[in-house]
Structure formats: C-alpha cells, structure tokens
Design a protein around this ligand. Structure first.
Ligand SMILES: [Zn+2]
Ligand SMILES: [Zn+2]
Length: 274
C-alpha cells in the first residue's frame, strides 16, 4: 500500500507523461467522436451552497451535467436538488451519508463497513431521492472512489436495477478510460490528469493538495492539453469537479473551452450513453 503510494507520487512528479501515454492513450480503443461528460460531487455543505451559482453558468453555456447526490443533503436541501433536475441535469447515487465525509460520517470508510451497510447506504439514498424528488436514479459513484473502491458494489447496483457506475480511475481501468461492463453494469472510469497521471483531473488535487497541484492558469492550460490529446486520440473524457473549488480559477473560461469544442465532442450525461 505504502509502496504503491510512493510509486504514484514519483510517477506524478517525474514520469506523468510516460504513464499517461502508456496506460491511457495507448489503451483507449474508442473509435468514434470522443464523448465528454462533466460531473460534480457536492460532498460538503460548502459545495451545496455553490450549486445555484453553478447552475446559472451551466445554463449560460448550455452544458448538461451529472450531479452525485448524497441522501442527507437531498433531505436538507431538496429545492436545490429539484432545481438540478428541473434544469435537465442528471442525478447519480452517492450513498446516503458518504462514509468518511467530514461533515456527515467522518469515522467510517465505504470499503471497510460491512457489505450489508454498503447496500443500505446505496438503497437509502435511492429511496430518499425517489421520495423527495420523484426521480429514479440509475447510476452510482463510490464515495472517494480512488481509495475506497470496492468491487461488491456491482451486484448491489444490479439488485437495485441500476445500469451504470462511475467509480474507477482511467489509469487503473485497463481500457484507457473507455467504459466497460461489469456484469450488467456499465462502468465509466474518470479521466486522470495528464500532468499528474495518478491523480484524477479534479479540482481538489489541483487546488487543495499540498505537493501535486496546479495554479489557476496552469489548470486551464492542462485542460486545454487534455482536450487536444482527447481530440487527437479519441479519449473518452469523463471529468469530475467539486463545486467548492470552482471560484478558485476562471470557471467561465473553462466552460467556454467546452463550448468552443462542441463540434469535436459529444457532450452528454451518463444516461445518454446507455
Ligand atoms: Zn464524494
Ligand atoms: Zn494535475
């Protein structure tokens, strides 16, 4: 475990380009126009509070996105989640209490609780969202999927009649980030950072990490690089962000880049692909 972690830090700092090339670009077999999916994990209360602002911007640039819904936040902020759906975005199940979430359930880890507790976490979120919003989710994301990933989610998702998950990393997927099937569940791996191959290209490593991070301009430039690599090699771009970080860089510039590249990508949500 420690060795793997040490290896990942060394790769991130010194050999990112090589690993990104070998494990992602060379593995991807996506033949058609690349797909682009933007998703958000509003895990903490300061993420939830940014959602109305974010929805305005997504509307302005006509981008539909996926939001990972935690049951407790849906109970506390039903109107915000209703607005997400009303504006045509997608909700995916992100458990009821997000084990290890500092605000909600700090002392548990999703991959260490019993499988019955895991199932209950997923099922309860599904029920809360259906009861309060009359919305039937059919996709799931593991809390902190990088280090709390566990395979037994897939049969659980089948049991709940779900059809997809987005809970793994492109670099570890073996498919270069292309979606793949686990039983009847389609798994959409999240894209890694071209500059730090073992990090997801997310805003939390970019702006909250201590060593492996980005300046605001560098984050935008790395995104430009990622778009060019994706166009050139047909990489499936499945990106995720935390709303609380979006004011730390020029977010309109980020959305404008997506908008400008519309002709090169299919901009979709997970459900569109099934
Ligand atoms: Zn989360
Ligand atoms: Zn990075």
């Amino acid at each position: 475990m420690m060795l793997q972690l040490a290896k990942e830090v060394v790769v991130n700092l010194l050999f990112s380009k090589h690993y990104f090339n070998k494990k992602i670009i060379q593995k991807s077999k996506n033949a058609s126009k690349p797909k682009f999916i933007l998703s958000f994990d509003p895990d903490e209360e300061n993420d939830i509070k940014r959602i109305p602002w974010l929805l305005e911007l997504l509307k302005k640039y006509n981008i539909k996105a996926s939001f990972a819904a935690i049951g407790i936040w849906v109970e506390k902020y039903p109107l915000i989640f209703k607005q997400i759906i009303d504006e045509g975005h997608e909700l995916i199940n992100h458990t009821y209490s997000h084990p290890d979430n500092p605000d909600l359930n700090p002392y548990k880890h999703f991959n260490k609780i019993s499988s019955q507790e895991r199932f209950n976490e997923i099922k309860k979120c599904d029920e809360v969202v259906f009861e309060l919003l009359k919305y039937k989710m059919n996709g799931f994301r593991i809390p902190h999927f990088g280090n709390q990933f566990i395979e037994d989610i897939y049969p659980m998702l089948e049991k709940l009649n779900y059809s997809f998950s987005s809970s793994t990393l492109a670099i570890k997927s073996g498919t270069g980030g292309d979606p793949y099937m686990v039983g009847n569940i389609k798994e959409f791996p999240i894209m890694n950072c071209p500059k730090h191959a073992y990090c997801i290209f997310d805003t939390s490593h970019a702006f909250r990490a201590k060593i492996v991070k980005h300046s605001p301009d560098d984050f935008i430039n790395t995104f430009k690089d990622l778009l060019s690599i994706s166009k050139k090699h047909n990489l499936f771009l499945n990106l995720y962000q935390d709303p609380q970080d979006l004011h730390k860089f020029d977010y309109e510039k980020f959305l404008k880049l997506i908008d400008k590249n519309r002709s090169h990508f299919d901009i979709v949500v997970y459900g569109d692909i099934l």
